[in-house]
Write a protein of this length. Structure first.
Length: 149
């Protein structure tokens, strides 16, 4: 039986956010935060738009989800993000106490796994969900950037 609200479904929603970032000239990373199969926050990178190195998709989503819930803890929430979170975003996820992180493309250089950033002990991780689609938008973006410069 097809599960309508599975990890791929919500990763596709995060990819929609990544496409919005792409269209704005931002590194195309998108994120959604889900509680009980309902998206409570949507975000994408805004580092160029806001001129803020901390304006990663995950950070924007954490803020929106906390605002929606009226509290800083996201204990029952799942973060779906198209690229493996960096150290900063993984560290912030620790403080939100996320239930689960699901990411698409791996980030071997700056991702939290190789940098051995600790997550909250109750946070589980699922990797490589729609990895090809998540990787392709990033590759397309950087090829386009190189060709413009």
């Amino acid at each position: 039986m097809i599960q309508p609200f599975d990890d791929e479904y919500f990763m596709r929603k995060a990819l929609q956010e990544a496409n919005l970032a792409f269209d704005k000239g931002e590194v195309p990373v998108g994120a959604v935060i889900v509680l009980n199969n309902q998206i409570i926050a949507r975000a994408h990178n805004l580092t160029e738009t806001l001129n803020d190195v901390t304006a990663h998709a995950e950070m924007q989503a954490f803020t929106a989800a906390a605002d929606f819930l009226g509290g800083k803890y996201l204990k029952e929430c799942v973060l779906y993000v198209t690229l493996e979170p960096c150290q900063m975003c993984a560290g912030a996820s620790y403080w939100t106490q996320l239930k689960k992180i699901v990411f698409g493309a791996s980030e071997p250089e700056r991702g939290f796994i190789n940098l051995q950033t600790k997550l909250h002990p109750k946070t589980t991780v699922v990797s490589n969900v729609l990895e090809n689609e998540c990787s392709q938008i990033l590759k397309r973006f950087f090829i386009q950037k190189r060709n413009l410069n």
